[in-house]
Ligand binder design. Structure first.
Ligand code: GUN
Ligand code: FE
Length: 466
């Protein structure tokens, strides 16, 4: 395979563009003229541009006005950056939300491992992964950090499919050589490391410049990796400044207890993973629920990012509330993860709404000390925050000249159906009213919209099939 061919023509939009500049700053640009060049990069973004000025801007940008394609966005339409899913288990696609009433470790042993085992068959993997990646794109997820199964071959198939379908992705195979059933466990640390290096080589071969798909080291969690394996992964990371790392971190009480039992010499999980050279600015720590005070400063000093997965952490095992307000206060990178299949939904809009619910609960339990997430903060986590966690915020995450155009075209007014926005399911719709401001329409979309409102998904300037 090769990277999808770059587009040969510029595209341009005129209308409303909404994005985050940082966690606290939402920008709603109206009468915005945005040019995407023929390499899929944002060449020009000009807010408050009267229609009469568009021709001048086209000429100024080096194009010929009479053949220049401009897409005019109507009232109720707007562009937002693509969503980023910072934590997703592709081989759990067909078991999303199953087995709610179990603790994490029981759920892994009783439901998940048996399911992931099926991916030893690359043909089955191709079928499942094609459906899974297509569904993410349909939900407007332009970048995903994927965990594969433990199988090297199936995980290569996952990387192939991301590239074929055009989604930006990090792809890793789970490292796990102990504490799982013998039919779903790698034979040795050596074998696990070899398969990992083989996968890295494959991903770098199919996408040599790392434009879309990148490899990520994926020690499932310390429970399933012995010291030799963790050390080996740390060695790969030390010799490879481009490699990303992801793992599950302080996720549940039974997991933390077992980890302490296996690694009694470490103070906590930050100490443990750091000892093996696995914490750095390219590390994504999923969940991060129960951190000790010095653990928080530890991961902050290492520059790690957090994948907040509010659906799985509030529906699998106990109701757990990650201290997201505290992480944001300290300037730790945070994004959202669907955690498919611990999470039942692959929609980042759903994850964002559940993040609102959890943060509201935390506000109440903390007697107001940890204020709930605001709307603009949830949107930030879903887009730019996720890009920061994945270390790609210099390339995507918001609309800045020079960045790649990863964007969703949102429509909330269906001319034929007379001012209606899709809302969740079952044909329920939230009406857009004549006196609704752009802010109100945006809020209605975030709180009640769904994939029916996402009419186009662009990645690197290419419009993907959805
Ligand atoms: N910890 C180790 N493996 C998993 C997994 O597959 N899902 C979740 N949520 N936590 C894990
Ligand atoms: Fe997970």
């Amino acid at each position: 395979q090769t990277v999808p061919p770059m587009r040969g023509l510029p595209i341009a939009f005129y209308g409303t563009v909404i994005h985050s500049l940082d966690a606290n700053t939402l920008e709603i640009l109206q009468e915005c003229f945005l040019i995407v060049d023929d390499n899929g990069k944002i060449q020009k973004i000009a807010k408050d541009t009267p229609r009469s000025k568009i021709n001048d801007l086209v000429v100024e940008s080096g194009y010929t006005p009479d053949v220049f394609p401009v897409k005019y966005l109507s009232r109720g339409d707007f562009l937002i950056p693509g969503f980023v899913d910072t934590h997703h288990h592709a081989p759990q696609w067909a078991q999303r939300g199953m087995g709610r009433d179990q603790t994490l470790l029981d759920w892994l042993n009783n439901v998940t491992f048996a399911h992931e085992r099926k991916f030893e068959d690359p043909a089955y993997a191709r079928r499942m992964y094609a459906a899974c990646v297509a569904a993410g794109i349909r939900q407007g997820v332009t970048t995903t950090a994927y965990y594969g199964s433990l199988h090297g071959e199936a995980t290569k198939v996952l990387a192939d499919i991301c590239l074929e379908q055009g989604q930006r992705a990090f792809v890793g195979k789970c490292n796990m050589n102990r504490n799982s059933p013998d039919w779903y466990r790698e034979a040795s640390a050596q074998d696990s490391l070899k398969q990992t290096e083989d996968l890295i080589a494959h991903v770098r071969k199919i996408d040599a410049e790392g434009k879309r798909v990148k490899p990520v080291l994926t020690p499932r969690f310390a429970i399933t990796c012995d010291e030799e394996l963790l050390s080996g992964l740390g060695r790969i990371a030390a010799n490879d400044p481009d490699i990303h790392i992801q793992t599950h971190f302080n996720e549940a009480q039974d997991e933390m207890q077992f980890t302490r039992q296996l690694f009694p010499k470490f103070k906590h999980e930050a100490d443990l993973y750091d000892h093996f050279g696995l914490l750095g600015p390219k590390t994504i720590l999923a969940h991060s629920i129960f951190l000790e005070e010095d653990e928080i400063s530890h991961i902050k000093s290492k520059g790690c990012g957090i994948a907040h997965c509010p659906i799985s952490t509030s529906t699998l095992g106990e109701f757990m509330m990650a201290p997201i307000r505290e992480y944001l206060r300290r300037g730790i990178k945070v994004g959202l993860g669907t955690d498919v299949g611990g999470g039942f939904s692959c929609s980042i809009l759903d994850a964002m709404r559940q993040a609102f619910i959890i943060s509201k609960a935390r506000e109440t339990f903390s007697k107001g000390a940890d204020p709930a997430l605001k709307l603009h903060e949830g949107f930030f986590l879903a887009t730019l925050g996720g890009a920061q966690v994945c270390g790609i915020d210099e390339r995507v995450g918001n609309f800045v000249e020079g960045k790649e155009f990863d964007a969703l075209e949102i429509h909330t007014i269906d001319a034929e159906r007379n001012n209606e926005i899709g809302c969740g399911s079952l044909g329920i719709v939230t009406p857009i009213e004549d006196d609704d401001s752009v802010e109100t329409i945006f809020e209605k979309f975030l709180m009640t919209g769904d994939d029916r409102n996402i009419v186009k998904v662009y990645i690197g300037g290419s419009s993907l099939k959805r």
